[in-house]
Design a protein around this ligand. Structure first.
Ligand SMILES: [Zn+2]
Length: 455
């Protein structure tokens, strides 16, 4: 009789966020990614619901990368009794530490603000988790080397392979009794300015694959020139350029490019602010893992030093109200919380300012509304007209487009039994399904939330 092997999709199924894939074997329960649901309220509420499985029965967690929609639920998982190890690459561990503390701090600050201003629906408003919870989860992180099988007994082993999405991001091969499952995590670009080309799997029985941009083709543009143009036109109007971004991620690309533009005298020497409670730790991570990216550290240190780091909310209010032209990089990246909201309150209605969208914006986030051209945004209980310039730079995306996703699959030497498409809105997932089943003639499934498959 075949031994038991089963996969359940507890998140990131039929939607982009909340990635959680549970693999159940004869002897173990393994969770691949432990992400937060973001965006639409009905999704965010899921973060408050109990998981369909008792977290204390999960043996281990494997993390593909440190984005919030892949790691952001960890503090809650640990708070609910998970006691195992959380395996990831060393950069993922370090970035996860920053991201989880940042996320906990943002949630504490947002709850505090809601209570102070009285717009909370639940009184008192509570954070989903606290900095203390995040620290407990961070204590369970366990670094593993890339390209090396880790054997955990019972005929189970796994291996991490870099995939150029963000620093340390990997796809994970999980082998149970010789059956190989490949979890793509988020697939990066084959032409990323900061990271080496994604590795590709050679062999898989089952593939669990993301589809964020399964229906898209990125625009080919000169990112640096485009960024320079946006900075100059905003500066000529006397406005502020706001770049919503996570602390660790595209923020480094922007800091790096802005510095290069300044050195080449393509833009004026206006101040650049990185506004994040945890921002100061980031450059240390880049220096520590210089094998994992293509940035020259001496130049990056220079670029990093010219950025002003904003620590307290008091400074945020002061800088935002200052009428002088400036560039602000602040979280969160999808404008669903964090310090960026305080800048939006001041600048959305200012026709001289610019908000630049550079990353994926999930449905239901303010970022998505702005991207879709909404005229009015609600922040902290008040409405703000969108009168500023809105710019979008898909050339800065950290996700592969449809061609990139197909290129990643092209590394396989033979046909897998099934490709499960996850981490995409229905249109994107469907487009990728059609593309794979028509061009490669492979079996493709788009699992629903909480659906399980025997493998
Ligand atoms: Zn990601």
């Amino acid at each position: 009789m075949e031994s038991k092997l089963n996969i359940s999709f507890l998140g990131g199924a039929g939607t982009v966020t909340g990635s959680k894939h549970l693999v159940t074997t004869e002897s173990k329960q393994i969770l691949v990614d432990c992400g937060l649901f973001q965006g639409l309220k009905e999704l965010r509420l899921l973060n408050w619901e109990p998981l369909p499985i008792d977290p204390s029965t999960i043996d281990l967690v494997l993390l593909t990368h440190a984005h919030l929609d892949h790691v952001g639920y960890l503090p809650r998982l640990v708070a609910q009794g998970f006691k195992g190890k959380i395996y990831c690459t060393a950069p993922t561990g370090s970035i996860a530490e920053v991201i989880l503390l940042d996320s906990a701090k943002i949630q504490e600050e947002d709850a505090e603000m809601a209570n102070k201003k009285g717009y909370a629906k639940h009184k008192p408003a509570k954070p989903l988790y606290t900095v203390k919870d995040a620290k407990k989860a961070i204590d369970s992180l366990y670094d593993v080397a890339c390209n090396q099988w880790i054997d955990i007994g019972d005929n189970i082993r796994f291996r991490f392979n870099l995939i150029a999405h963000i620093m340390g991001a990997s796809f994970i091969e999980l082998e149970v009794n010789k059956k190989r499952l490949v979890f793509s995590g988020d697939i990066g670009r084959f032409d990323d300015p900061m990271l080496e080309e994604p590795h590709r799997p050679r062999h898989a029985d089952y593939i669990i694959m993301e589809s964020t941009y399964g229906d898209r083709h990125h625009k080919h543009e000169d990112s640096k020139k485009r960024l320079g143009d946006i900075i100059n036109s905003t500066n000529n109007r006397g406005g502020t350029l706001i770049i919503p971004s996570f602390t660790v991620d595209r923020a480094q690309d922007f800091i790096w490019m802005i510095w290069q533009l300044k050195k080449a005298k393509k833009i004026p020497n206006i101040p650049v602010y990185l506004d994040s409670p945890m921002g100061v730790n980031v450059s240390k991570i880049y220096a520590e893992f210089d094998d994992y990216h293509k940035l020259g550290m001496d130049v990056f240190d220079e670029a990093w030093a010219h950025v002003k780091k904003v620590a307290s909310v008091k400074d945020t209010f002061r800088i935002s109200a200052d009428k002088k032209s400036k560039i602000v990089i602040a979280g969160s990246g999808m404008m669903n919380g964090g310090r960026v909201l305080l800048y939006l309150q001041d600048h959305l209605q200012n026709p001289d300012s610019t908000v630049m969208i550079a990353g994926y914006q999930a449905r239901g986030t303010r970022g998505r509304l702005i991207q879709d051209g909404t005229k009015e945004i609600k922040i902290h209980g008040n409405f703000y007209k969108v009168r500023c310039h809105i710019e979008e730079m898909t050339s800065m995306s950290s996700h592969a487009d449809q061609d990139g996703l197909m290129n990643w699959l092209a590394g396989l030497s033979r046909k897998p039994k099934t490709v499960f498409i996850v981490h995409g809105e229905s249109q994107a997932a469907n487009a990728l399904r059609v593309k794979i089943s028509h061009t490669l003639k492979w079996d493709v499934a788009i699992p629903k939330m909480n659906e399980s498959y025997e493998l």
